[in-house]
Design a protein around this ligand. Structure first.
Ligand code: TYM
Length: 321
């Protein structure tokens, strides 16, 4: 099975990115054909600082590799190193009804927040469709916020296939119920734009500070508490197996558990969980040339796969004359 997903290099990674997408991708590399990329073209919709984008791209690559992505077992590249995706975006644009894009929640939410609409933001899902279809992806592991974009991809692919004959594989989003929407410090979806994230690779002090900011209710220490309505529990459970979750649940229900105490435990858990990866990340970032070489090799593999699809598409659409 061919699995593909991407991540934007706009700023630091958070637990939502890790559990919603990265962890699953890293697990997949053992048994599936994995395609994984850094979506730097997409990041341009929210980032217009060239230096920050360039630095962020290398950091995002180092993050993924440090967390366990193996470039020998997967195809791992930076989106803009495979410019074929832009040609396919244009071609697909001609099979994308305006209404389909106008209905996208992600676009509508951003406009509602007062972000000025531009064409890049509007066409974001078409570029994402090109990412997915160019590689004939079957499964796309994402968080719930990206589900609609994968559905748009299917719609565009169906339209194209109906017109020019079978060309693109129809992809399915893969969304794990347990981590479909990882909550942030305030219980809303964890997201950089809500400033409610717990970031990966932080030093102890800022990490602890973020965790201590998790919003809790005023139930006194001695009283029983409801784990299902507790932001600390909802985040903590991501690190626990079933038995550990049941044990923590019991402590909540029994009363006598202070939120300060459970936050401190969560802080130690997060810190210890990511500690081994932090070292590896430092090593990777210390040798940028080696990092660029890994990405260049990945891009070469990706271009090879991309050119196969694009050749077919160019032929069918009459671009080869
Ligand atoms: P990005 O960088 O915004 O997010 C990367 C992945 O993290 C998931 N995610 C979450 N999952 C659960 N809970 C959360 N709180 C949370 N926050 C983020 C996102 O759903 C995503 O899977 N458009 C994509 C990047 C992309 C892409 C693609 C993905 C570009 N082309 C092609 C798949 C296929 C995005 O939003 O990335």
């Amino acid at each position: 099975m061919r699995v593909l997903s991407g991540i934007q290099p706009s700023g630091s990674l958070h637990l939502g990115n890790y559990f919603g997408m990265m962890k699953k991708m890293i697990d997949y590399q053992e048994h599936q054909e994995l395609f994984c990329f850094i979506a730097n073209y997409h990041a341009m919709t929210s980032l217009s600082d060239g230096k920050a984008l360039a630095t962020g791209t290398l950091e995002a690559a180092a993050n993924f590799l440090a967390l366990g992505l193996d470039p020998e077992k997967s195809v791992f590249w930076v989106q803009s190193d495979v410019p074929e995706v832009q040609e396919l975006t244009w071609i697909l644009s001609n099979f994308t009804p305006m209404g389909l894009l106008e209905r996208c929640h992600s676009y509508k939410d951003k406009i509602a927040k007062g972000i000025a609409a531009n064409h890049g933001l509007f066409a974001y899902p078409v570029l994402m469709s090109a990412d997915i279809l160019l590689f004939q992806s079957e499964t796309v592991p994402v968080g719930k916020d990206q589900k609609q974009h994968v559905e748009v991809t299917r719609d565009i692919a169906i339209k194209f296939n109906n017109h020019y004959g079978d060309t693109f594989t129809l992809p399915d989003p893969e969304i794990d119920d347990q981590v479909a929407t990882v909550p942030g410090l305030d219980g809303q979806k964890m997201s950089k734009s809500y400033k409610n994230t717990i970031d990966l690779f932080l030093d102890d002090k800022p990490l602890r500070k973020q965790i201590m900011r998790i919003v809790t209710d005023p139930t006194p220490v001695e009283e029983p508490k409801d784990p299902d309505n507790c932001n600390v529990f909802q985040i903590y459970r991501l690190f626990l197996d079933k038995e550990q979750q049941a044990a923590l649940r019991q402590r909540y229900l029994a009363g006598g558990l202070g939120y300060g105490e459970v936050k401190q435990e969560l802080f130690e858990t997060v810190r210890d969980f990511f500690a081994p990866y932090t070292e590896r990340r430092k090593e990777l970032l210390a040798d940028k040339e080696a990092l660029r070489k890994i990405l260049a090799d990945g891009a070469q593999k990706a271009r090879w796969a991309a050119s196969k699809t694009l050749r077919k598409v160019r032929k069918k659409t009459g671009l080869i004359y």
